[in-house]
Design a protein around this ligand. Sequence first.
Ligand code: SF4
Ligand code: SF4
Length: 82
Amino acid sequence: MALMITDECINCDVCEPECPNSAISQGAEIYEIDPNKCTECVGHFDEPQCQQVCPVDCIPLDPERPETKEALLVKYHKLVAA
Ligand code: SF4
Ligand code: SF4
C-alpha cells in the first residue's frame, strides 16, 4: 500500500527530504504523498522512512490502495528506470 498523510499533519517539513522516491510534497494545506511514487520504501529501506520521522504519527498506510510487496517492487523498478 502507498502511505497517506492525514489532516493531523503540522507541516513540519521533516518527512519530505527523507523520501527516497520524492513522493512527498507540500499540498494546498498539508503535505501529500503521490501514491504512484510511494513504495512503502520497498527497494530502498526496510521501514517507511517518513513514518520514522513524523513527530505526530500521521502517516498511516492508505487502506484504499492495497498493494503486494511484489507490486511495490515493480513500482520501485519503474521509478528507478525513469
Ligand atoms: Fe516516501 Fe517511503 Fe514514505 Fe512512501 S513510505 S512516502 S516511499 S518515505
Ligand atoms: Fe506532516 Fe508528519 Fe510530514 Fe511533518 S513529518 S510534514 S507532520 S506528515
